[in-house]
Design a protein around this ligand. Structure first.
Ligand code: FPP
Length: 249
């Protein structure tokens, strides 16, 4: 039966006792280098990057992952050449139009995480459209970090807590880890179990700094456009062998 692009011919997840990460977060790095290696414009790297996103969403559903967060545009990315910023925004809008219906049909709920400032009216409309269209999805939540940076997220959280204290709604002594976490943009999103960064770079670049406290890390050498479903499966395999102790013995 052909049930669509994101459809999953479920593997034997029921009989598979391997540890599966509930939440996988990915820093999609290497689009520019992928394009340069082929004598193409950076934009073409991003275009192929969207293809990789399609594959990874499919693989995440197939593996039984419940949350997938993709770092699509950092707050720092506004500093790239305007033509590249425009191209990424345009690609986002086109992807929403081309993939939205299919994502909704396959039970993928899309959430956009980041400050909704600086976006054009068109991008804001697309954000609202995709979130509305896919709101009923219950197989996978795809969180797109878009105009997101972790330090900014924490500063905003500190501001909002300070405001609540000043208003008398909150006592300083009641600000604990749980309270702080619930003021972050990731409220109601579980911490990532596995963080992947492609292209061989081994750093977090302002991504989920608070939430990554106990995450496992995986840094494959492949550039993002080459991060296929098989590469995702390799990451799952690697995760299954990790021992997580959360500071215990
Ligand atoms: C990093 O590669 C990639 C980005 C900053 C943008 C990622 C965007 C997409 C995959 C397309 C838009 C996304 C969606 C979900 C529609 P880089 O440009 O930093 O590569 P480099 O380090 O090789 O220069």
């Amino acid at each position: 039966m052909n049930c669509g692009f994101y459809c999953v011919h479920l593997p034997d997840i029921m009989s598979d006792k391997r540890a599966i990460p509930n939440h996988v977060a990915i820093i999609m790095d290497g689009n520019g280098r992928w394009a340069k290696q082929r004598g193409k414009e950076r934009y073409e790297g991003h275009l192929m990057g969207v293809e990789a996103v399609r594959g990874v969403v499919r693989a995440a559903v197939r593996n039984g992952v419940s949350w997938l967060t993709l770092y699509a545009f950092s707050t720092e990315n506004w500093g790239r050449p305007q033509a590249e910023v425009d191209a990424i925004m345009e690609l986002f809008c086109r992807t929403v139009v081309s993939e939205g219906k299919e994502l909704a049909e396959q039970g993928v709920r899309v959430r956009i995480m980041g400050e909704r400032t600086r976006f054009s009216k068109q991008v804001l409309e697309m954000i609202e459209h995709i979130e509305r269209l896919t709101s009923g999805g219950d197989r996978l939540t795809l969180v797109l970090a878009f105009n997101y940076s972790s330090r900014r997220e924490m500063v905003l959280a500190a501001q909002s807590l300070a405001e609540r204290v000043a208003n008398g709604e909150l006592k300083v002594k009641d600000i604990d880890e749980e309270c702080f976490a619930s003021s972050l943009m990731t409220v109601a999103i579980p911490d990532p179990d596995l963080i992947i960064r492609t292209s061989g770079e081994c750093r977090l670049s302002n991504f989920l700094l608070w939430q990554a406290s106990y995450s496992e890390f995986y840094f494959p050498e492949v550039l993002w456009p080459d991060f296929t479903e098989e590469e995702f499966d390799k990451a799952m395999e690697e995760y299954a062998h990790r021992e997580r102790r959360y500071g215990l013995v």
